[in-house]
Design a protein around this ligand. Sequence first.
Ligand code: SAM
Length: 331
Amino acid sequence: MDADDIDTGEPGFFETGSDEKGFDMDRVTRWVRGFAVALALAAPGAGAQDGRGDVVYVPTPQIVVDEMLQMAKVGPKDYVIDLGSGDGRIVVTAAKQFGARGFGVDLDTHLNKLANERASKEGVADRARFIEQNLFETDLGSATVITSYLLPEMNLKLRPKLLSLKPGTRVVAHDYAMGDWDPDDERILIVPEKTVGDPGKSYVYLWVVPARVAGRWESQLPVGGRTVAYQFAFEQRYQVVQGSVRIDQREFRLPQIRLNGEEMNFPLNATIGGSLVSHRFRGWVKDDVIEGTVTIGEGAGQRVTPWRAKLTARGEARMSAVAPALAGAFR
Ligand SMILES: C[S@@+](CC[C@H](N)C(=O)[O-])C[C@H]1O[C@@H](n2cnc3c(N)ncnc32)[C@H](O)[C@@H]1O
């Protein structure tokens, strides 16, 4: 048995990884920070205005707004929705400095008025507007970027809705995390004027909504002068994918894959027809098809071939703390 062959007696990644049973210090740290911030945002009178709804109004410092929009790589093609938009600074900045369009929702009539006045004053009222609406009842379907500065429990309540958005949608949040959905990027900013939460510091988190790849997929690739069938099996927990591939009746474990929205990129070394063949797969998931390229071989014999995988059985992606019934079904 080759080193790459699957050891079927070994328990699966999603059942035993430190993600599940061990302490993930990054996640614990984020939780502790979130708790401190939650106390601050929940405190009445924490902001210049009271705000309305489930969290008081505390504006995000401008330097943090800029960082949030940069981390999300906001540009003219983007549609930004700020959930609980306060005085409108995030969407107005996205429109004025980054050329985006969008809207904000807030339950506070006065803050919405201020936000719409700000948009007019900054000359972006045609691209940034503010509506009196409950953020939990807002249609997010048009968003390419979601921004927020809310309490952790609001975030958890929103999470299923965020995860159902179009893959590739970026979610960027100030000072709070998303439970066990680990961020794709996080930064700490020194903000001397900030007095709430962790005084003098802001935490910014970015997530990219992952495509759903859990399940079985099939490809045909030309290797060694013949067409070879590759049968992939992927398990998924948020953006993290673990899988295997069956080639010529043998199974090979894949390294852990981190999805970037629709994009997946992973290497594979497999023994095919008695020779070790290296692969680099790069593809984009569109519903039940993955399309991209695979680089096969190394050195002078290396070649790039189109890669197309077709879904043959949909699995259940794990997008909460509770394991779906199908987790582990592909070993
Ligand atoms: C912490 S402030 C953030 C303001 C702005 N997003 C920023 O970062 O500068 C949160 C805002 O959410 C609003 N809010 C609270 N619960 C809401 C809800 N259920 N629907 C809409 N807005 C809500 C509050 O009125 C407040 O203005």
